[in-house]
Design a protein around this ligand. Structure first.
Ligand SMILES: *[C@@H]1O[C@H](CO)[C@@H](O)[C@H](O)[C@H]1NC(C)=O
Ligand SMILES: *[C@@H]1O[C@H](CO)[C@@H](O)[C@H](O)[C@H]1NC(C)=O
Ligand SMILES: *[C@@H]1O[C@H](CO)[C@@H](O)[C@H](O)[C@H]1NC(C)=O
Ligand SMILES: *[C@@H]1O[C@H](CO)[C@@H](O)[C@H](O)[C@H]1NC(C)=O
Length: 201
């Protein structure tokens, strides 16, 4: 009984300790994400708490992001990924349109072409926004990401101009809208913090 029991005890202790450290480590970061998402969803009724949590936690890097600054960069990169993917998706829809049997209504095709344009611009804008963000030019970054949020509403509104037309991009536009709003909220927090610091000097 003796040696075997103590070996077993030792193994259990090791397992407990390692699972404890695995469970305990990401905690502060989860708190940062939860607190940030709670604050955002409370101040902006267009951002859902669940969407915010799911998005920010979907990035493996977010688990080691201890600062709002890192979380902000993650949110902008998620946005970039979304916008890039949506642009490709619109291109594919337009390509399918060449197939006669699947031809869209000319109005829908026109809307899709407009969306392709605004999303292409948005991609370039986000790229510049990331540079601004990294250089802590939060004011400039705010201007750029505000235009990305406009891209999502411009695209969606196009389809809504005609009764009976259903936008094939509603979910994607909504995702882009919410991700931009999350990024903008974080940028404005960081900007306010910097301004406060400057005021102290
Ligand atoms: C969230 O809001 C609370 C209350 O205003 C504030 O104390 C906290 O610092 C905020 N947290 C983040 C991450 O913005
Ligand atoms: C929510 O979105 C709508 C539609 O884009 C906009 O008019 C409104 O100002 C937004 N609300 C907030 C709190 O940002
Ligand atoms: C866009 O981001 C949202 C939230 O992170 C995610 O659920 C969705 O799958 C993304 N969409 C694309 C097309 O990448
Ligand atoms: C995005 O979708 C959510 C859930 O369907 C909805 O509550 C929210 O109002 C939508 N936001 C916009 C800007 O359309």
């Amino acid at each position: 009984m003796g040696p075997q029991t103590s070996l077993l005890t030792l193994i259990i202790i090791v397992i407990l300790l390692s699972s404890y450290s695995i469970l305990a480590k990401p905690k502060p970061n989860h708190n940062l994400i939860q607190q940030t998402c709670k604050n955002i969803s409370e101040s902006d009724s267009n951002v859902s708490y669940k969407f915010c949590i799911d998005s920010l936690q979907s990035d493996p890097q977010s688990h080691c992001s201890k600062t709002l600054e890192k979380l902000g960069l993650i949110s902008i990169k998620l946005l970039r990924h979304n916008v890039t993917d949506t642009r490709v998706h619109i291109k594919e829809l337009l390509k399918k349109n060449k197939d006669k049997k699947k031809k869209f209504d000319p109005f829908v095709k026109e809307c899709l072409s407009d969306c392709l344009e605004v999303y292409s611009d948005a991609m370039a804008t986000i790229k510049e926004g990331i540079k601004d963000y990294k250089a802590k030019r939060y004011g400039d970054c705010n201007v750029k990401l505000s235009s990305v949020i406009d891209a999502s509403t411009t695209c969606e509104d196009g389809f809504n101009q005609r009764n009976g037309v259903v936008s094939p991009l509603t979910k994607r536009n909504n995702d882009t809208f919410q991700l931009s709003a999350i990024s903008l909220w974080i940028i404005n927090m960081l900007n306010n913090k910097d301004n406060l610091k400057e005021g102290e000097l």
